[in-house]
Design a protein around this ligand. Structure first.
Ligand code: SF4
Length: 377
């Protein structure tokens, strides 16, 4: 395929169809591009937008981020998931400050903590005009379809074919726009299940479309099946109003947060006592939770009731949380656990599951006035 024709068609489509995203207004700022690229990995853009705005307000430059504590960075990232990205970004900002500025070569960018080939190509092409093709999930899908590639495009020869085709297609004069255009096409037109081939600017160059079977590509290996996990969560409170405190603990990174996860994945985040259950059995979970709460706080702790079940997804795990609410008049928790006021807890790094649990606890502690009056509206 002569790359000139699809290049022009794609760039012209991008000019009229590119989404107005905040980081696209600052391509000359490699730090802003790096933040956006790390946030967008494994995460939908609409989820990223409010986090990006908040993060850039708190840490507008690599200098500001380098000066922050890890707890401040994690708190700003909390809810976005995949927290290793936040730690890497923090370390990358420190490396940039130590080096006296953002590296402007692919090799230099690649050496920043947490930056792989994809991110280096994205930042390098967008901010410095370096002619490096990006290969992310969207690009893999588009190229595998353009080529009607019969092998797995994520491994071995298939991956090599995708990399080479992406590099051959890249417009060396406008590599940043071209890379973004190809990713945008994958996100908006060449979707995984229903590609809108009729409106695609590349349809006359697409072997899968011309063969009448775009959905047959890419040829990916079967996904790992989702697994269900059950956990009882112990939410203990003491005090009232502004003095209300919740029993919590900062994760040390010695214990994995879920089966199959690295132990330090949520290091630095705050969590409530929890127990892994073999099955969803509220009665057994309640007995075990009472026993555990007593182990942490002694005899003065009393069960106040159950809270609604919550579900939380992490990678292939579908986690069912069975929360129990306890109250204690006065209690000194055993080592490792602390009383933290609700106000303070909300400012600390909390992963999505803990945020949901806290929200549910607050709703139980402050029921709507109608239910307090016994009205069934
Ligand atoms: Fe994807 Fe269809 Fe365009 Fe081919 S023609 S690149 S399958 S949207």
């Amino acid at each position: 395929m002569d790359p000139l024709v699809p290049r022009r068609a794609l760039l012209s489509w991008y000019r009229s169809n590119a989404r107005d995203l905040p980081w696209r207004h600052t391509p000359q700022d490699p730090y802003a591009v790096l933040v956006s690229e790390l946030m967008c990995q494994q995460t939908q853009i609409k989820t990223v937008l409010p986090f990006y705005a908040k993060f850039m307000k708190l840490f507008p430059t690599s200098k500001a981020l380098a000066k922050a504590t890890e707890q401040q960075v994690l708190a700003a990232w909390a809810g976005l998931g995949y927290y290793r990205r936040a730690r890497f970004l923090h370390r990358a900002a420190q490396a940039i400050v130590d080096a006296g500025g953002f590296p402007d070569s692919l090799e230099g960018i690649r050496e920043l903590p947490g930056v792989g080939e994809y991110t280096a190509a994205a930042v390098g092409s967008i901010s410095f005009g370096l002619p490096a093709a990006v290969v992310d999930g969207n690009v893999i899908r588009v190229i595998a379809r353009l080529l009607a590639l019969d092998s797995d495009p994520t491994k071995g020869d298939g991956a090599k074919a995708v990399r080479e085709a992406a590099q051959a297609l890249l417009d060396p004069k406008r590599p940043g726009d071209f890379n973004q255009a190809l990713m945008e096409l994958g996100a908006l037109v060449c979707s995984p299940t229903k590609p809108a081939c009729g409106t695609c600017p590349l349809n006359q160059h697409c072997a899968a479309f011309l063969a009448g079977k775009p959905e047959a590509y890419p040829k990916l290996p079967a996904r790992a099946e989702s697994q269900t996990l059950f956990k009882a969560v112990i939410l203990v409170v003491q005090g009232k109003g502004a003095k209300l405190q919740v029993l919590a603990q900062e994760r040390t990174g010695k214990k994995a947060p879920a089966k199959g996860h690295a132990a330090d994945r949520l290091k630095g985040f705050w969590a409530f006592p929890e127990l892994v259950l073999p099955v969803e059995d509220w009665t057994a979970a309640e007995l075990l939770s009472v026993k555990e709460a007593k182990k942490i706080l002694g005899k003065g702790v009393a069960l106040s009731g159950r809270l609604p079940k919550l579900r939380h997804g992490i990678t292939i795990y579908d986690i069912h949380l069975l929360p129990f609410r306890f109250e204690v008049k006065e209690g000194k928790p055993k080592t490792g656990w602390e009383w933290v006021t609700l106000t303070k807890l909300k400012k600390l790094p909390l992963a999505s599951a803990e945020k949901k649990l806290l929200h549910s606890l607050e709703a139980a502690l402050n029921p709507p006035i109608e239910s307090q009056l016994g009205l069934n509206l």
